[in-house]
Design a protein around this ligand. Structure first.
Ligand code: ZN
Length: 161
């Protein structure tokens, strides 16, 4: 089942990416292509408008022997904000979701604030696919029904005072 969720999540992200040309979601190819473009933009003297755009938006951070695409920082002391590609998103969001104890959207948004292009929408999408969270929601709904008569009785007795 866990693998299924992984596949489903990626499918839905890809569908969103296709339906919205301005989507911040990045395909794996796009992610690596941007890094290549960035390197080229750094090396040429006469830059195109596109190259200036790329240079103003992105930076490459060397993490051990891995290069990561991050948001352009004002200075090197600034905390890096990472771009991620669609293939990486499931694992990253899952980690945040488990670390926050199946946390809600806002908890996860805070937890994932180091990522430039993991949106609330993607986080909500992930949460909607989580089987544990679906079970929890069902339990909460059932509980709500049994609680209601007690509440109305309470209101009634207060009304008599
Ligand atoms: Zn969950």
């Amino acid at each position: 089942m866990a693998e299924l969720m992984d596949v489903r999540f990626k499918e839905l992200l890809l569908a969103k990416k296709v339906s919205d040309t301005k989507s911040v979601l990045m395909l794996k190819e796009e992610y690596f292509q941007t890094m290549d473009e960035l390197k080229e933009a750094c090396s040429v003297k006469l830059k195109t408008a596109r190259q200036y755009y790329i240079l103003g938006r992105y930076e490459i951070l060397q993490c051990g022997d891995v290069e990561k695409l991050i948001r352009k920082r004002a200075n090197f002391a600034e905390e890096p904000i990472y771009f991620v590609n669609i293939d990486e998103m499931y694992d990253i969001i899952k980690r945040a979701h488990i670390s926050t104890g199946h946390g809600g959207r806002d908890k996860m948004v805070t937890f994932l604030s180091r990522y430039a292009n993991i949106t609330r929408e993607s986080i909500e999408l992930f949460k909607s696919l989580c089987i544990e969270c679906q079970k929890k929601r069902k339990r909460a709904t059932t509980k709500g029904i049994t609680v209601r008569p007690i509440l109305s009785k309470d209101f009634g007795s207060r009304g008599q005072v």
